[in-house]
Structures are given as C-alpha cells and as structure tokens.
Design a protein around this ligand. Structure first.
Ligand code: PRP
Ligand code: URA
Length: 212
C-alpha cells in the first residue's frame, strides 16, 4: 500500500484484479454490482484499521478476560447517491451495526458541478468515524460538497473511500479538506472533456443500476 500525504493507494492484488474486471465494458450489471461490493469489503478492511475499540468482559471456556470490541456507536457510513450505494453492503459486512446516512448529488451535464437533491445523516454524528463512499472521484466536486455537508452537520472524523480517482479530484478534495483521508483503489490518468475518468470504468451509477 502506498501513502502520499492524505491519499492511501490500496494496491492489493485482489483489489487491482477486481478493478480490472470493473473496467471491462463487457462486465454486466449483476457482476459489476458484486465486484463493487467485494472491493468495498477489501478497502474497508484496511481503511477502518483505526476504528476505536473498547475492552469488553468476555468469559471464555477457560476464564474471564477483557477483550477489545468495536462499539456500535463508532461508525457512520455515508454513500453519495447513486453509485456510492453499491459500496454500502460491503462496509456493513464488516461493521453491521454502523449507521447509514445518504447524500444525493448529481453532476450537472454542462458544468460538471454537483446538484444536491437529498441529504440525511445519522444523529448525533460528532463522535463517529464517517466513511463517505463513492466509487468515482472525478473532478472532486461531489466529494467536496458531501464533506462540506457532513462538516456543517458536525461530522469531524471523515474518510473518503473511492475505487477509482483522477488526479484532478484528489487535488480538489485534498485542497478543500486536507484533514480527510482518501483511500483509493487506483489513481487513473486524467479526466476527458466530459469530466469522465480515463481510462476509468464509464458511468458507475449507470453500470451498478443498469440505467443509461
Ligand atoms: C458520479 C459518481 C460521483 C460523481 C463523481 O455520480 O458516482 O458521485 O459522479 O464526479 P465528480 O468527482 O466530478 O463530482 P453522478 O453525478 O453521475 O450521479 P449518479 O451516481 O446518480 O449516476
Ligand atoms: N462519474 C462516473 O461515474 N464516472 C466517471 O468517470 C466520472 C464521474
């Protein structure tokens, strides 16, 4: 795993292999959805390594001991709609008791800036680690807006998990929110004129939900 400033590149072979399958335009909706969820599990395993644990009294068949457990109140998962929804179950596989918020953003086709259409966060959120999920970090506009919203509502400990990032998006999010750790599976070359990531995987939302 490679770390530069606040970006952690999660280049585990299992993640890289699954991302290659996602990129393939022949990969259909069903398989695409499964792969996004599996990648979220693999990324979440590492991205959540600093989740706070607390000692709990456990009685083993041998004796009573203090053993660490994650408190149910420690994590909030916040997908950016729609595509971020595809990563939620992967993280909930790891932490089933996490609360889930939603941030609905859609990029304007001309300006490529995000338009907000729905936002709801778990409350209180101040003490939780917040994992914002979106497979794609392109211009970074959606990620920046999502983190702005979460901070406005009191969120502090924020991580951003994306499967593919463009350098432009990493730069924008890091500049706007240097305190947010970015975890990404692959850092791609650039954006094209329509602000799609190259080589990327196309439109993640459409590929997860089978729309166009
Ligand atoms: C996609 C993607 C991100 C956003 C990334 O969503 O899932 O949310 O674009 O682009 P940005 O970094 O330039 O903001 P989109 O707006 O297409 O909505 P959808 O998930 O509903 O398809
Ligand atoms: N959103 C996507 O789904 N794909 C991209 O390449 C850029 C933004």
């Amino acid at each position: 795993m490679e770390t530069t400033n606040n970006v952690m590149l999660m280049d585990h072979p299992l993640i890289q292999h699954k991302i290659s399958m996602l990129r393939d335009k022949r990969t259909g909706t069903n398989e695409f959805r499964k792969l996004v969820e599996e990648i979220a599990v693999l990324m979440g395993y590492e991205a959540l390594r600093d989740l706070p644990v607390e000692p709990v009294e456990i009685e083993t068949p041998i004796e009573v001991c203090q053993s660490p457990m994650i408190s149910g109140k420690k994590l909030a998962v916040v997908p950016i709609l729609r595509a971020g929804l595809g990563m939620v179950n992967g993280i909930l596989t790891l932490v089933p008791s996490a609360k889930v918020g939603h941030i609905g953003l859609c990029r304007d086709h001309k300006t490529h800036e995000p338009q907000e259409y729905y936002c709801k966060l778990p409350s209180p959120i101040e003490e939780r680690t917040i994992a914002v999920l979106d497979p794609m970090l392109a211009t970074g506009g959606s990620a920046e807006a999502a983190v702005d919203f979460i901070k406005t509502h009191g969120g502090k400990h924020i991580k951003f998990l994306c499967i593919i990032a463009a350098p432009e998006g990493v730069e924008r999010l890091s500049h706007a929110h240097p305190d947010v750790q970015i975890y990404c599976g692959c850092l791609d070359r650039c954006l094209n004129a329509d602000a799609y990531i190259c080589p990327g995987l196309g439109d993640a939302g459409d590929r997860i939900f089978g729309t166009r």
